[in-house]
Structures are given as structure tokens and as C-alpha cells.
Design a protein around this ligand. Structure first.
Ligand code: ADP
Ligand code: MG
Length: 882
């Protein structure tokens, strides 16, 4: 039953509102037809009466009510509220007026179907600054008053017409308005329920103005205090018009402007979206496809970038910055090979075949070889100025380019094997190929396995310990102690074993010859060998000092390193070296380092060669006559070739006494020596100057240190230039770094191109979301009307739809990123199965945040136009729509 007693309105209000309509006119224009809905209507309402407006359908009752309620505007005349004309009312004033002073009750209830009863009632307070729990309390109280105490959480769809109308009344009353406008409130109800609603309205009318439009004269007669009859937009009768001299208050009090918080808009839209979960999810999913596409590309590219960075950093740090005394500008060579002409485009074929300069560029790049003054640089490194550089480098190695001559007397196959320089290469006829490669690759060639098997251990033990791990025996304590390098699993390449004489070299050479002769059936694969550590530790090699490989013939010294008998003799007098330890390269973060294996000597061995050389006859002779080449007997710089014509008679005599082999050696060394200098001769004899390295390796522990080393060298160069020592400027090639950065550039380019393609799907999905928002606007037109009737501004309506796109955008962004993260798991697994590299597909966090932001922005942009359209809807039209 209806609660008979509604509490009285806030007691401190002295009087209500006074409304006056003066010569009000409202015309509707439909096409070329004009409908005069209200014609010259003048009427005044008291602040407390129950007015019924009767009249036939179409006479303008609803129009009048809408104008009074500020939902519709009039064409001419005036609506005076509390003595103030509304002609100069702004939109905001009307919103405020509707929110604070007007309560609407409609024939068709106009409840928001996706909100609960309580939320429907609380919504009209959502536009005020009443706190949320207070709102709910008040809404519950209002619902209690209309007898719906137990129905708070029902949805309107679960209620009868009479109950819904009571909810509408509670909603109209909850803001305690001064005017209640009811447009045929019982029009859709049976007579029994109608009476209940009328009772309620009568109760409400006790302390406010109620204007009710009705078709039912009996109800009007029975309940209202005043009856106005309308016909064709004009008043035909008024049972209790305001008489002249009647005392009416005209008070003005400022009212707070209503405004909806974004949170309210969000919850409104959230509830709306909840009623169509399936569609919302599908929309969000469709919107997320573009995000997934971009997300996957991002994941792969960042994962790959990360992997490359790791490889790059590892590779770059494991290779030192190497500065050689002679360095060739690799970039010139590269561009020559790639045929990139800086100037001009290429012509197309026009019947003439032209030459393209390649050889010149190649020769040019060789000729451009830069001389680095390593003596000055070394001095700088050991001066206070070079302190920072010296400390940034974890180790600095000075190399002096000493060629070691090492032999294995007890080689398998009973033949003297030249271990260093690697005689196997000569035997196979590959030495030319290798020297060519070394010439072009410069510092890189040491990174490539295969040519030499006799190498130097780092001079600094910290570097040695970083690079190698001792497996057996001990590190060298003397110059005659050497290390055997094996790989992680204790293996050495058979090629290395052949080179060291630990497998029968002649077998390999035979096979190679058979291969060249296409006698493949005669090739016998080398039998695998295994050496125990006891066999290896103590194994001996023989070093022949460089100076001991020359024989004085006449007045010159001839290279006898190709003469078997001479070498055999020199080996007998050579220095015995012993393997005293077995080591392996340390693993890097990328896994085990593969190695061909080899023998590593202690750098002190170089000093021994020098000392040995210094006491030799040939060195003494060269030192005594520093302008004469001991290998030719001529002055340095004399580049004449050896021909019969330019020989002196004594020389001719001397040559006649030589054996054929000696003669050939003589001619070779004579012609070889054309470019020789005193220094190069001394180096050849193993005499090096500590101050003049042939290359300097600067090692770094971290990638950053390596970069800093580059910067500090640049600083050194600037300093040298500033001081006018241009010749001291250092140049070097960071081939590994250049190669690596090229790879990441390519990945970046591919990623960007792919992302650009996939972005199209983002645009498409945004347009789709715009369309769906537009559909939502169409579906929620009624809601727009209700909100406007309750005093919501256009802005508030825009916000409701912005909130909807915000939710969809956020949802699809999160969905996209979430699905990307999920998809990354199987993708990573597949890639790991294929390549062995784990965790390649990984969504970067900042990328995820950016993607969600972009999706949010795009959907909100797409929803902007529909949201504006919603705001511009005429509230009266909106309320009429079904
Ligand atoms: P009632 O509520 O008394 O039935 P209305 O106030 O709804 O009548 O309408 C009064 C007249 O104005 C009617 O002739 C109606 O067709 C016309 N009318 C109402 N709204 C519009 C509109 N938006 N456009 C054109 N004509 C309208
Ligand atoms: Mg009507």
C-alpha cells in the first residue's frame, strides 16, 4: 500500500516558486507546415497548488509542460520564474533549473532500464555534489516513501507499471523540487493503480506546485485544486486563476549548478555495457586485433633486439679495441665492393658498355692505409693524461708482431713438422689464400680460426683468467712452458692436431692431393686419436730463434727456413718448450665458446727470442751497419731488381758458386727486400722495441667501458690535433661493432614497416568502434532525454558516451596486450624449438603502456563525434523516442 504520509518539505523554506507564462507562443515547423502548439498563452501558477491540465490529444499539453520544465524552448512571449524572465537564460541556467526546481514524471515512466531502482533514483542526485553514500541513503528514503522499500535492487524491467511510476515519482522527488510536472502519469495504468498514484501526487502537492496533465476529468476533479482546460494551444477555462492583488512571493535564491562527475558517467556507461556483455567483449576484441598485431611485432622485435644486444655486447666486449700500426679504412673498401657511388644516379643501358671503377677504389683503399703512431700512443697511455683510458680498459696488450718458428721433432709420421708458422698450410698450398685473407681482414683475422695454431697468452694474468680456465697442470711459470687449449668437451680440431704434428700430416696431404686429382676412392679418413693428459703434459716442441734461420752466403744472409737440412740442424740447437697445462676458453653469457684448439705460449718467450737474437752474428752485423740491408748487401731504399745486368763482377762470381736452391733463395730474399727498412729487418730477426708495438689491444669488461674507450681515443685524437700532432691521430676499425649495428638497423626497419602495415587495422578498428558508439547513442537516446530532464548538461551527456568509449578502449587495449602476452608464450616456445634461443617474444612494458594509451586515444577519438551527436539531441525528441 501507499505510505499515506510523506514527510513535509524542508521546513526552513518560507515560500515556494512562482511561475508566470506571458503570451507564450510555441510553433513547430514540419516541412512547410506550421503547427501552432501553444498560442498566446498567459497563466500564473501559485507556489503550492495541484493543477490539472485537461484537453484533447494534440492540444499542446505536453508542449506546455516541457516548456515549463525547461526541456523545450518557446518562440515568443515569456516564462517568468520568481520574477526573473527566462529570455536570457543560458543552457547552464536551464540545466540548474531542471535539476533543482523541477521533477518530471512521465506517462511512460522513462526509467533507465540498465540501472537498478535505487540507482535510477540516486542518479538525479548524481548531478549534485551530494556524496555517494548520502545519495543512496536519500534515494532509499524516497523509495520508502513511495512504498518500494523492498525493491531497491530490482531492475525496472522486473516491475509492474504502477511500481515503475512510483520509482519515477521517487526519482522526481529525491531532489526535493519546488515543481513536480507529471505528464499523464496514470495514462498507462489501470484505475486501481491510478488511484494509488493520484493519492501519492496529492500528498506531494501539499507543499509544492504540482502540474499534472491528464485525460481523466474525474481524477482531475477529485484530486486537484485547480483545473485548466486547453484547446488548440489556448486556455479555454481556468477553475481558479490567480486574481489581481493576490500575494505571491518573488524570491530569488542562487542555486548550485549541477554537474556530473566522470565517475558517475563511467558507472552509468559501465552498467549499460554490462547489459550487453557479449557485444562489448566482441567490440573490444575486434578493437584489440590491431593492438595484438602491433604488440606481437613489438614483442618479437624487442626480444630480438634484446638478443642481439646481448650477443652484440658479449661479442663486442670479448673483442678488444685493436689499434694496429697500419690500418686500412674498411668503409672505403666496403663501399667499393658494394658499388655505392655517392654522386649521381646510375645510367641505364644505352647500347654502350662502360667500365666501372672498382679496381681503383680497391687499390685506393689499400693505399689509404693509415699509419698509426703507436709509440706516441703507448707513451700517452703510460702518462698521467692517459690514466683514464688505461683505467677504463680492463687490460691492455701490446703486440710486437714476432713470428715464432716452432717445430715438432717427435711428430706423428716421423717428419719434422713446422708448427709455427703453420707448415700444414704450405703443404696444402693454402698459405697464399690465408695471407691474402689476413691482409684484407686485418684485426678480424685473428678472430677467425684455422690458420695459426701457435698463439700468445695474454700478458696480463687478469685477462688470461677472464678468457681461459685451467683444466689440468699449471699456468706457465717460465718462458719454456706452454699451454694446450681444448674446447669445452676436451676436444681439439683434427686440423689443429695435424698442424701440431699430433696426427700424421702426410695422411691429410695425401688425401688432399687425391681430392684434387679426383681420386676420391683413395681418400682414407683420418683415424680419431685420443691423448691422455699424462701424454700431453710434458710434450715437447722446439723453438728456433728467428736469427738462427739465416746463413751467410758471400756477403749477405740468406733465409734457410725452407732448407730441410738447415732447419733440422737449427732445431737440434733450438730451445725445448713443454706443455705444462691444459686450458679451455671460458663460457660467455651466450654459452660455450667454440675453439679449434692450439698451443699458447707465455709472452716472456718473445723476450727470450730477442735476447737470443741480440747475441747472434746477423743481428750484430745489422746493428753495426744500420744503413745496409744484411739480406741484400745494399743500402735500404735501393729498390732495383736483381738482374744479370746490375750485378757487380764479384757478385756474379759469388752467385756462380751457389747451389741451385741457394741461388733461388738468394733471389727471393733479394727481391723481397725491396721495401725493407732497418726496423723491419730487426723485427724479422725477432728484435723488437718495447716502445714500438705493432698493435695495441684495449680490452673492456662492459659494453659501456668499450664505448668509453672509443670516446677517450677520440679525445686523444682531438688533443693531438689541437697540439698540431696530426700524425699521431689514431684510427682503427671496429668491424664487429659495425657489423652488429647493421643487424639491429635492419631489424628496426623491418619492425617499423610491419607496424605501419598493422596500424591500418588500428584505424579500421577505431572506425568500427566509432560506428558501434553511434549505435549505442541511438540505443540510449531515451537515456539522454531522461538525463537532460534531470538537469544533465550537454557536456554531461558527452561525458557519458566518452565514458563508454573510454571503457571499451581500455578494455580492448588491455585485452590486446593480455592476448599478446599469452600468444608470446607459444611463439617463444616455437622459436626456441627452431633456433634454441629462448624468450624471444617478449612484450616490453613501456610498449604495452603505450599501446593501451594509443588504443584508448583512438577509440575515444572515434567516439567523439557520436558523443557530440548525443549531446546535441533535443531532450524532448529524445524522451519521445522509443
Ligand atoms: P498533447 O500533449 O496535448 O497531446 P502535444 O503538446 O504533444 O499535444 O502536441 C501539440 C501539437 O504540437 C500537436 O499537434 C503535435 O503534433 C505538435 N507537435 C508536438 N511536438 C512536435 C514536434 N517536435 N514537431 C512537430 N510537431 C509537434
Ligand atoms: Mg501529450
Amino acid at each position: 500500500m501507499v505510505q499515506p504520509c510523506l514527510t513535509a518539505r524542508s521546513g526552513n523554506r518560507t515560500g515556494g516558486i512562482m511561475l508566470r507564462l506571458e503570451h507564450l507562443v510555441k510553433d513547430y515547423y514540419t516541412g512547410d507546415e506550421i503547427v501552432h502548439a501553444i498560442r498566446d498563452l498567459t497563466v500564473t501558477f501559485r507556489d503550492n497548488e495541484f493543477v490539472s491540465i485537461l484537453g484533447p490529444s494534440g492540444c499542446g499539453k505536453t508542449t506546455l509542460l516541457n516548456i515549463i520544465g525547461g526541456l523545450d524552448n518557446y518562440n515568443s512571449g515569456n516564462l517568468v520564474i520568481n520574477g526573473r524572465s527566462t529570455k536570457d537564460y543560458t543552457d547552464k541556467d536551464w540545466d540548474t533549473y531542471r535539476n533543482h526546481r523541477i521533477g518530471f514524471v512521465f506517462q511512460s515512466y522513462n526509467l533507465i532500464m540498465h540501472q537498478t531502482v535505487l540507482q535510477n533514483v540516486a542518479l538525479s542526485m548524481a548531478l549534485t555534489d551530494v556524496p555517494k553514500d548520502e545519495r543512496e541513503k536519500r534515494a532509499a528514503a524516497a523509495l520508502e516513501k513511495v512504498g518500494l522499500k523492498d525493491q531497491l535492487n530490482k531492475k525496472p524491467t522486473q516491475m509492474s507499471g504502477g511500481q515503475m511510476q512510483r520509482v519515477a515519482i521517487a526519482r522526481a522527488l529525491v531532489n526535493d523540487p519546488e515543481i513536480l510536472l507529471a505528464d499523464e502519469p496514470t495514462g498507462a495504468l489501470d484505475s486501481h493503480t491510478s488511484v494509488q498514484i493520484m493519492d501519492l501526487l496529492k500528498e506531494i502537492a501539499k507543499d509544492r506546485l504540482v502540474i499534472m496533465v491528464t485525460h481523466n476529468p474525474e481524477l482531475a476533479q477529485q484530486y486537484s485544486t485547480r483545473i485548466i482546460r486547453l484547446r488548440d494551444g489556448e486556455i479555454v477555462s481556468d477553475s481558479d486563476p490567480v486574481r489581481e492583488g493576490e500575494e505571491l512571493e518573488d524570491e530569488q535564491k542562487p542555486l548550485k549548478k549541477p554537474s556530473m562527475k566522470f565517475g558517475t558517467a563511467l558507472s552509468l556507461s559501465f552498467n549499460n555495457l554490462l547489459t550487453k556483455k557479449g557485444r562489448t567483449l566482441l567490440t573490444a576484441f575486434a578493437g584489440s586485433i590491431g593492438i595484438i598485431g602491433i604488440g606481437l611485432i613489438m614483442s618479437l622485435s624487442s626480444g630480438m633486439q634484446g638478443y642481439i644486444d646481448r650477443v652484440e655486447q658479449d661479442t663486442i666486449t670479448s673483442y678488444p679495441v685493436t689499434i694496429e700500426d697500419n690500418t686500412m679504412d674498411m668503409s672505403v673498401l666496403m663501399s667499393a665492393m658494394m658499388d655505392r657511388d655517392e654522386q649521381g644516379e646510375k645510367k641505364s643501358y644505352d647500347g654502350t658498355v662502360r667500365s666501372r671503377a672498382f679496381a681503383d677504389k680497391l687499390l685506393g683503399s689499400i693505399a689509404d692505409t693509415e699509419k698509426n703512431n703507436l709509440t706516441a700512443f703507448r707513451k700517452y697511455l703510460n702518462s698521467p693524461g692517459g690514466q683514464e683510458l688505461k683505467e677504463t680498459a680492463s687490460a691492455i696488450e701490446y703486440n710486437y708482431g714476432i713470428t715464432m718458428h716452432v717445430y715438432n721433432k717427435q711428430a706423428v709420421g716421423d717428419k719434422l713438422v713446422a708448427v709455427s708458422p703453420n707448415g700444414l698450410m704450405d703443404e696444402l698450398g693454402m698459405s697464399d689464400m690465408i695471407s691474402l685473407r689476413d691482409q684484407f681482414m686485418g684485426g678480424m683475422s685473428s678472430a677467425m680460426p684455422g690458420s695459426e695454431v701457435w698463439m700468445a697468452l695474454p700478458a696480463e694474468s687478469s685477462l688470461r683468467d677472464r678468457e681461459y680456465e685451467l683444466l689440468d697442470g699449471h699456468w706457465p711459470e717460465n718462458e719454456d712452458e706452454v699451454m694446450l687449449e681444448v674446447d669445452d668437451s676436451g676436444e681439439i680440431s683434427d686440423f689443429t692436431l695435424y698442424s701440431l704434428g699430433l696426427m700424421n700430416q702426410s695422411e691429410l696431404v695425401e688425401n688432399y692431393k687425391d681430392l684434387q686429382a679426383e681420386k676420391t676412392e683413395e681418400i682414407t679418413p683420418g683415424k680419431p686419436v685420443a691423448y691422455t693428459k699424462d701424454e700431453l703434459l710434458g710434450m715437447e716442441f722446439t723453438l728456433v730463434p728467428n736469427s738462427a734461420l739465416y746463413k751467410k752466403v758471400g756477403n749477405i744472409w740468406v733465409d734457410e727456413s725452407e732448407d730441410e737440412a738447415f732447419v733440422q740442424e737449427a732445431v737440434t740447437n733450438g730451445r725445448t718448450l713443454k706443455i705444462t697445462g691444459i686450458m679451455k676458453p671460458r663460457e660467455t653469457s651466450l654459452g660455450p665458446v667454440s675453439t679449434m684448439g692450439g698451443v699458447y705460449y707465455d709472452r716472456s718467450l718473445e723476450n727470450w727470442i730477442r735476447t737470443e737474437g741480440k747475441s747472434s752474428k746477423i743481428v750484430k752485423e745489422q746493428e753495426a751497419h744500420q744503413d745496409v740491408n744484411v739480406f741484400t748487401g745494399r743500402k735500404f731504399g735501393d729498390s732495383a731488381q736483381l738482374t744479370a745486368a746490375n750485378l757487380t763482377p764479384e757478385q756474379q762470381m759469388m752467385l756462380a758458386s751457389l747451389s741451385q736452391q741457394e741461388l733461388m733463395d738468394y733471389m727471393a730474399s733479394y727481391n723481397d727486400a725491396a721495401n725493407a727498412t732497418y726496423e723491419s729487418n730487426m723485427a724479422k730477426l725477432g728484435i723488437f722495441n718495447d716502445d714500438t708495438p705493432t698493435s695495441i689491444d684495449l680490452y673492456a669488461d662492459t659494453f659501456e667501458d668499450k664505448e668509453k674507450i672509443g670516446d677517450l681515443i677520440a679525445e686523444y685524437n682531438d688533443l693531438q690535433q689541437a697540439e698540431g700532432n696530426d700524425a699521431n691521430v689514431i684510427s682503427y676499425n671496429d668491424a664487429v661493432g659495425t657489423m652488429m649495428s647493421g643487424v639491429s638497423d635492419i631489424i628496426n626497419i623491418i619492425s617499423y614497416v610491419l607496424m605501419a602495415f598493422v596500424s591500418i587495422s588500428l584505424v579500421v578498428s577505431s572506425i568500427m568502434i566509432g560506428i558501434i558508439t553511434y549505435i549505442s547513442v541511438l540505443e540510449r537516446v531515451k537515456e539522454i532525454g531522461i538525463l537532460r530532464a534531470m538537469g544533465a548538461s550537454k557536456r554531461d551527456v558527452t561525458n557519458v558516451f566518452n565514458a563508454e568509449t573510454f571503457i571499451i578502449g581500455l578494455l580492448s587495449g588491455l585485452l590486446g596486450v593480455g592476448l599478446t602476452v599469452l600468444l608470446n608464450i607459444p611463439i617463444s616456445m616455437v622459436i626456441e624449438r627452431m633456433t634454441g634461443v629462448a624468450g624471444i617474444a617478449q612484450m616490453p612494458l613501456n610498449g604495452a603502456v603505450i599501446l593501451i594509451g594509443v588504443e584508448l586515444l583512438l577509440t575515444m577519438l572515434a567516439g567523439l563525434i557520436p558523443a557530440r551527436m548525443a549531446a546535441r539531441k533535443d531532450p524532448v525528441q529524445a524522451l519521445r523516442s522509443e
